[in-house]
Design a protein around this ligand. Structure first.
Ligand code: ASP
Ligand code: MG
Length: 340
């Protein structure tokens, strides 16, 4: 795993750096970009050096993918990356303009300009280092720096690369590591990480904190809040990640080093082939698997424990019953906290 050298604090002055990342839904249209500019302005005014990583607007990346498929069924990986990196460039320039209108000195950089160095794997490149020269220079000039997410450059071939779908999270965490940022805020359309998907389980609880390890297991189990690579970067470099809503000012979930939290932190769901997979996550997950299996049985849902590990237990159920199953499992594991 890539580890970074720390930034000399003298080069950025005494103010701390905060990296914020805004995902596609948070910059989906011009009014959302204006709202993000307001948030950035307020945060800047409260005395932070800000580096803002942006995703492409809304479904832009998907649209670019389908546009390519209207041209050819066989695009080269290089040109695909040239195409897809355009999405984030649109957002970064528009956000810079919106900040200029608010009287804020802001500058946008592509991943390559920001010195995000990667290997040569088009479409799924791994970050190998970050120079961030221009980012640091601009910070020291008091500017808000905007960086296009999800992209970098292979320094050997000088080709532009992308980091894989959802890769802006990784850009943000890696930049936060190299700037020794106080925090990396991931601003998104959900209020944080929950004990289960709140769209399926209405009384799912927001977690105040979750460890890198548990977050990785949740992501592996199907929770699509953070790209797993970004969590690995955060863990390797000790970056404190705050997942929170870009629509409210409420605190979200901190993803941090091991916390003395609960034994079972949450439940993720996924489907593999025609099978529903429920992953119970936390250091106590393996011990509760059989209990959950029998609770599901009592609810008329047949399941079988298909794996147990250090921080997880997996149960398989039919895809048709997966929502019922996660509600029953959540009820079994978290009930005592909701009904005293
Ligand atoms: N725009 C890219 C995607 O849709 C990267 C990102 O949003 O993180 O996957
Ligand atoms: Mg995302």
């Amino acid at each position: 795993m890539f580890r970074v050298g720390r930034l000399n604090p003298q080069t950025v002055g005494v103010m701390s750096v905060v990296v914020q990342k805004y995902g596609g839904s948070s910059v989906a249209d011009s009014s959302r970009i204006q709202a993000v500019a307001d948030r950035v302005r307020d945060r800047h005014a409260s005395g932070h050096n800000l580096v803002v990583v942006v995703s492409a607007m809304g479904q832009t990346t998907d649209r670019l993918v389908s546009l390519a498929s209207e041209i050819t069924s066989n695009p080269t990986p290089r040109e695909m990356d040239m195409l897809l990196t355009a999405g984030e460039r649109i957002t970064m320039a528009l956000l810079a303009m919106a900040l200029h209108d608010r009287g804020i000195d802001a500058v946008s950089y592509t991943g390559s300009q920001a010195g995000i160095l990667t290997d040569s794997s088009h479409g799924e490149a791994r970050i190998t280092g970050i120079t961030a020269e221009r980012v640091k220079e601009s910070i020291s000039e008091g500017k808000v720096v905007i960086v296009a997410g999800f992209q970098g450059v292979d320094p050997d071939s000088r080709e532009i690369t992308t980091l894989g779908r959802g890769g802006s999270d990784t850009t943000a965490v890696a930049l936060a590591a190299s700037l020794d940022a106080e925090a990396c805020e991931i601003l998104t359309d959900v209020e944080g990480v929950f004990s289960a998907d709140p769209r399926v389980v209405p009384d799912a609880q927001r977690l105040e904190e979750v460890s890198y390890e548990d977050m990785l297991v949740l992501a592996g189990g199907g929770a699509s809040i953070l790209m797993p690579h970004s969590v690995e970067h955060a863990r390797a470099n000790g970056v404190r990640v705050h997942v929170r809503s870009s629509f409210t000012d409420e605190p979200g979930t901190w993803v941090v080093a091991d916390t003395p939290g609960r034994d079972v932190v949450g439940i993720a769901t996924d489907s593999e082939g025609g099978t529903g997979v429920i992953t119970i996550v936390g250091s106590g997950a393996a011990q509760v698997a059989t209990r959950v299996e029998s609770a599901l049985h009592d609810a008329g849902i047949s399941s079988s424990v298909s794996g147990r590990g250090d921080r997880f237990a997996r149960l398989e159920v039919s895809v048709e019953r997966i929502d019922d199953a996660v509600r029953s499992a959540h009820d079994e594991l978290f009930r005592s906290e909701t009904t005293p």
